[in-house]
Design a protein around this ligand. Structure first.
Ligand code: ADP
Length: 392
């Protein structure tokens, strides 16, 4: 079966077409700068990457071009060869604990949840509606970033705030990156043959840590929004909210502008003043740039704090797994993190750690907690859920 896995952002639309159950990627691509003058798209097929310019007024334009290209590239002969479409949806609130077939009720709920994810859910909805417009009869599935974390206990997801904020307004920890953490849980079970206690470190531009027990999320570092937890590319992670009124009084900024600073100008970018990209910051670190050294040490420290916390919550983790852009590619960051855990017997095999494109164990045989690198695959997870639900 041919399944499209779709991730629609406010000005972008990413897609991957996979053959299921073989789990084979057929073609993928990204439409960027939708709604802007210099919009374009790239298509990856058969090891080649083609970049094309196109006027993309809106997401529906992108979807129409996408479908035409599937025919141009001879991936399909007609649209009805697309058996299902899986959409990444950022927020499913506390309603969705797993993926669901999209119907009017689901659309309404995702719409109702817009206040909880004002940047993401509207873009995700535009993606769904654009496909619905062009392919009204194709089955579609919603895969939520928050769903995997719905197994957290109340003690874990409540904040110590006025209780009615939770009851009336849904103020609680939701957690994100659930599809990626679930991929790690599933992959590890496949590899090990049983569920183990795992600390999954999804560290990319956005980053979150998740404690997984019996294949379920029991704690995660992102919170009500994706700004919380560890230090990220441009997001601050955990901070003292008491500093907000002070900063506003000093800078004369409005609240929304301060929030933009916390989301877009903080994290690694804020600390270094150079870049949010770990590759640039590592270059600075290697050239002994003081701010880059401080930033990378703080970044590692914060992840170690969460690993330590989750090791306790799990009453002893069996595995630490690194994934996403930084986790998969930065041997330096993995080393900075694991070095800080050496006192408790966690040991990296430095030769394995330095290998490129690693997929598997990077700790020594006698390491107290095993350390793995597993490349995440959210697109596959979305496609598998879609395949399973449309075949039910
Ligand atoms: P997103 O959260 O946007 O999905 P990714 O998981 O793709 O992000 O991670 C992107 C980040 O991964 C980049 O910003 C960069 O910091 C980091 N990264 C990618 N390749 C490398 C590399 N070779 N070494 C260090 N960091 C890398």
């Amino acid at each position: 079966m041919k399944i499209l896995s779709v991730n629609a952002g406010s000005s972008s639309l990413k897609f991957t077409m996979l053959e299921l159950p073989e789990e084979k990627v057929i073609i993928s691509g990204t439409f960027e700068k939708i709604g802007l003058d210099d919009s374009f798209y790239t298509i990856k097929y058969n090891g080649n990457k083609d970049k094309k310019e196109a006027k993309l007024e809106n997401h529906t334009d992108a979807v129409k071009i996408l479908l035409d290209e599937l025919i141009n590239y001879k991936v399909i002969k007609s649209y009805d060869e697309i058996d299902g479409i899986g959409h990444r949806i950022v927020h499913g609130g506390d309603k969705y604990t797993e993926s669901v077939v999209i119907d009017d009720d689901v659309l309404k709920t995702v719409e109702d949840l817009v206040p909880l994810a004002p940047l993401h859910n509207p873009a995700n909805l535009v993606g769904i509606r654009s496909f619905k417009e062009v392919l009204p009869n194709t089955k579609m599935v919603a895969v939520f970033d928050t769903a995997f974390h719905q197994t957290m206990s109340k003690e874990e997801y409540l904040y110590a705030l006025p209780y009615e904020w939770y009851q009336r307004y849904g103020v609680r920890r939701y957690g994100f990156h659930g599809t990626s953490h679930r991929f790690i849980a599933t992959k590890m079970k496949e590899m090990l043959g049983e569920d183990k206690k795992i600390i999954s470190c999804h560290i990319g531009n956005g980053a979150s840590i998740c404690a997984i027990k019996d294949g379920k999320s029991i704690a995660t570092s992102m919170g009500f929004t994706p700004i919380a937890g560890v230090i990220m590319g441009t997001r601050c992670g955990d901070i003292d909210v008491g500093l907000l009124p002070y900063v506003m009084s000093q800078t004369k900024e409005k609240f929304d502008d301060v929030m933009t600073d916390l989301n877009k100008k903080s994290g690694v970018l804020g600390l270094t003043g150079v870049s949010s990209d770990m590759r640039d910051v590592e270059e600075g670190y290697n050239n002994k740039d003081e701010r880059c050294i401080t930033a990378l040490n703080m970044y590692a420290n914060k992840i170690v704090e969460y690993i330590s916390m989750y090791n306790t919550k799990l009453e002893g983790a069996d595995y630490i797994v690194f994934t996403a852009g930084v986790g998969e590619n930065s041997d330096l960051m993995r080393e900075l993190i694991i070095k800080r855990l050496e006192f408790m017997g966690v040991k990296l095999d430095s030769e394995k750690n330095h290998q490129r494109g690693i997929n598997g164990e990077i700790s020594t045989d006698d390491s107290s907690i095993k350390v793995y690198v597993i490349p995440t695959d959210e697109e596959l997870m979305i496609a598998k859920d879609t395949y399973n639900l449309i075949n039910e």
